[in-house]
Design a protein around this ligand. Structure first.
Ligand code: 13P
Length: 252
């Protein structure tokens, strides 16, 4: 059975006090369970707080971005080795906000994916189409291009230590969720692309759905055969909501 992962992406939200209350609640309510992992991905300045608070708990943690370079004169950047040094497990790469707002290209995302793996981190690679692209019937072409940029650079074997998150841009922060059938369609396509290169890696690949996942829609999304958990934005900032979504993941 594939591992289910429910990961929270806090984006640029939080404060020491708010984070502590959230982390304490998650720690108290999420115990380790077979077949499901939980993670929170906080802004860089709070990673130490997150690492310290979650030590010894069932919850892993990750960052939301990293440099594609290992070391050097890159003012303002953070390397994979820096994250790994104090226990980071996951890092999100290619989030649509990074692609859309900061101009990250498919090639740069592929380079970040490889930098994460060089440092011993597990990248969560985000792919997804805009509404305009969906309406033009280009969902598969866009998602395929984003995924193949990574597969071509890193090789299919790199998928063994990675997760993919399908995040349709039109569903992020909008309250518009993909229907379970739309999510399943995209996830099946993604798994099929990987299977075209390596069937057994594809079968073991965790593909998360992200985009307005809430307690009231998580269960039906996670019930789809190719939806192996979620990448949660807004609802990850509310302990009750995130716990409820994690519980929906546990019944996948
Ligand atoms: P929302 O859950 O707020 O739509 O955000 C999804 C997302 O972008 C997670 O990375």
């Amino acid at each position: 059975m594939r591992a289910v992962l429910v990961a929270g992406n806090w984006k640029m939200h939080g404060s020491l006090a708010a984070n502590q209350a959230l982390l304490d609640a998650l720690k108290a309510r999420l115990g380790s369970r077979d077949g499901i992992g939980y993670a929170v991905c906080s802004p860089f300045p709070y990673l130490y707080q997150v690492a310290t608070s979650l030590a010894g708990s069932a919850i892993s943690w990750g960052a939301q971005n990293l440099s594609e370079h290992d070391v050097g004169a890159y003012t303002g950047e953070v390397s994979g080795a820096m994250l790994r040094e104090f226990g980071c497990r996951y890092v999100i790469v290619g989030h649509s906000e990074r692609r859309g707002l900061y101009g990250e290209t498919d090639q740069q995302v592929a380079a970040k994916f490889m930098a994460a793996q060089r440092a011993g981190l597990t990248p969560i690679l985000c792919v997804g189409e805009t509404l305009e692209q969906r309406d033009r019937g280009d969902t598969q072409a866009v998602v395929g291009r984003q995924l193949e940029a990574v597969l071509n650079s890193a090789g299919v074997s790199a998928i063994e230590n990675a997760a993919i998150a399908y995040e349709p841009v039109w569903a992020i922060g909008t309250g518009k969720t993909a229907t379970p059938a739309q999510a399943q369609g995209a996830h099946e396509y993604i798994r099929g692309l990987v299977a075209g290169r390596d069937k057994s890696l594809a079968a073991g690949l965790s593909i998360l759905y992200g985009g307005s996942v809430k307690p009231d829609n998580a269960r039906e999304l996670f019930a789809m055969p190719d939806v192996d958990g979620g990448l949660i934005g807004g609802a990850a900032l509310v302990a009750d909501d995130f716990v409820a979504i994690c519980e929906a993941g546990a019944t996948h």
